[in-house]
Design a protein. Sequence first.
Length: 481
Amino acid sequence: AKRAALAHSWAALPGTPSVCVFVCMRRSISRLSRSSKSERSSTSGDPFAAAPVRGPSPRGPLTRTVSRFSADPDRAHDKKVAGLPIDPAVTAAKLSLRRLRDAVDTTASFYSKYAERKRGAASGNLPLLLPDLAEWSRHEAFCGDEESRRALHTCAAQLAAIDDLLAAEHEAIGRAAAGLRGEARRLCEEGLDAVCAFELALRDASAASEAATKALRRGAAAGEAAKADGRKAAALKDEKRRQAAQAAAQRAQERSDADVVQAEGAVRRAEELLARLASDAQPAALRAAAEARQRAEDGPVASAAEGLRDAYGCFALGAARVLRGCQLPSGYCPTAKRKAPKETGARFASYVVQWTLAKRRGKAAAALLDEFAKSGLEALLSPPGEEAALELLAARCESEEAARRLRAVPLAEEAQAEAARGCGQCHSACVALSAACGEFRLLLKEWVASADEYEKREKARRGLAELAPLCFFSAPRYLFL
């Protein structure tokens, strides 16, 4: 990577000859190789020297950003410890924590997408609001009586209050998802870090033991070779050559003996380290993994389940109070998109204004009802597929209490059947109200057309009445004889 970066940076310089680029690259690469060799030699003297700490996690960053250009940290770690004699209990704890972490991520993303949906029919988050009817009931050109005005505005205000309750429910769901993504995932990563740190320590100790064993074999082989050289030197007839060869063989024997002693010490230390890892570090890593899992399941996972249940419960209680006439928004008077018609000087102008306003507001309300009937009410109350998502997380939990709380979040079968019947009734009511608005609009259209026709005839009559005196004075006298 460093070489590629250097090549790119040097080639990007304007007007740089290719020969200069090649020479500078060779010099920079040689400096990099010398620096990397010096770094490796600084830690290669002691096989048990601690590796430099490069981050809080031995497996990289806590957030898994797996893409085409970045390797999976779990797979990269498994490749590092492949072939090691790792206890199956350690591997089982690691895989179990990974499955729990992935289930937590999946559930958190599931609820986050649901809570962060945009308003509209495309996302299935279309609210049942009738602001045009609310504005019409408060308008001065309302064509109904006071009782119908009050009833219509109360119904529209109840729908607005229920929409506020749905918004509060979605905020609570978003907070539950944030708790899963934050604290629960952090605890899972904490347990995984403990297990992975043990596996990396076992890898380093095993590599040191293997290196010490190879060094011991090399020292023993060098000692055998030195003994053979000594026997060959003793067979030489020339005194000087025999003494020089024997001295060289003696020095080689001493070096091999020293190497054997050092290698035996390294093998002994490696065996002691492996024994300590098996007796102390492995149980500590398993305890840390178990404690992290328990804290994650009994803490944020259970709290998220309770938060979801509280969100749904608060919405149900609030909706019941709204239907009883409580918690209605004070002064609810939204602004309609289409403006009201202006009154003219005609005889039936006030009626035409009232009927036209009612026709426009009924048309807008019918359009909203038709859109809502297409999207449905089920997607507003809870995310589709919630039971399957929570069952996946509950299956990954070892705590029975956490699993029970997660499975208790969705409605029971009877409650689900009742909710389905209620959604069906709501759909039927929306269709019926839309049809009533349509019939009302047609009736008003006929009234407006009749009033317009009457106004045309009245205008024509007045015109004839104004022309009659003129015709009388301008007519010839013989017409009256």
